[in-house]
Each structure stands twice: as C-alpha cells, then as structure tokens.
Design a protein around this ligand. Structure first.
Ligand code: ZN
Length: 164
C-alpha cells in the first residue's frame, strides 16, 4: 500500500464522500491496461482501488480527480443490493451505451461533490501521457469547464497538466 495514496484517499473521502468513511477501502498502484487509469473492485464488502503504475508521477490534484471518480462510482454502487449490483456490472460489461451513461453520471456526481476541478486536472494530465478521453469515457474537458463556469482549459495548460 502506498502511504501517500492512502493519505489522498482519506482526504477525498472526508471532504467529498463522508458517508464512505464506514467502508473499508484500500488503494494501491498496480498494473492495469494502458487505457485504464483507475479501477475499483469489491469483494466481500471490501473495496480496492487500483491506480495504474503509469500515474506514479502524477500531481496530487490529478490523483485526487481520479480517486474522486472511483469514489463517485462506489457511493452509487454501494447502495445497490447484491443482485442489483451483479446486474449493473453485467450491463456495464455488455453495453457500450450503458457504460457511457454510467461514466457520465459518475462524473456529474463527482462534480456535485466538489471534485470537478480535480477531474479537469486529471484529464489534463492524462493528455500529457497521450491518453485521450472521449464522450464514451465520461464528460469531456469542455463540458466540465462549462459546468464549473470556468474559462475553457487552454492547449498550453493541458500540455503542462496545470489547472487553476
Ligand atoms: Zn468510471
């Protein structure tokens, strides 16, 4: 377990997702598909967030953005019963349309919890790693900026992974 990842996780939970304090959530860096930056799974009531090794050098703010996204999934999924959860997972695996709706509503939930700027920071940093996100993955930069009523992120900021 990475100490600093754990610190970031605890902080994001306390600030944006306090109802998750009662859950057991572990976090660690690990090997994931190149296009999967963050991933969570659940077994016997324990949650585990895996952060792709390629993000070891990522700024804290970008990590907060990705972690808040996983927590926004967990806050929703943890309310489902076991059967409902299995159905949701099966639909997620099978249907691109379902995945897209799920990812976009997860981003929306994250913004409601105050972690929109960090989501922007994450997407900007991902660009520096040449990872591109489309509408199929969730909200795109311009949609998030519009929701935050920020000016659009400029190309130079995106390239540097900076976000104010
Ligand atoms: Zn997601």
């Amino acid at each position: 377990m990475s100490r600093s990842l754990d610190d970031i996780l605890r902080r994001v939970v306390a600030k944006g997702f306090p109802e998750l304090k009662r859950l057991r959530i572990a976090i660690e860096f690990g090997e994931l598909d190149p296009d999967t930056c963050f991933f969570y799974d659940q077994e016997a009531g324990r949650y585990r967030i895996t952060v792709n090794d390629i993000l070891r050098g990522a700024p804290t703010r970008a990590l907060e953005g990705g972690i808040a996204h996983e927590l926004a999934h967990i806050v929703h999924d943890s309310r489902l019963g076991r059967r409902q959860r299995e159905l949701a997972l099966a639909r997620y695996a099978r249907s691109a349309a379902y995945r897209m709706r799920d990812e976009r509503s997860t981003d929306m939930r994250q913004i409601e919890r105050g972690y929109g700027p960090e989501l922007l920071a994450f997407l900007s940093f991902a660009r520096t790693l040449r990872i591109r996100f489309t509408r199929a993955h969730g909200l795109v930069l311009s949609e998030i900026s519009a929701r935050l009523r920020l000016r659009p992120v400029t190309a130079s900021e995106s390239a540097g992974g900076r976000q104010q």
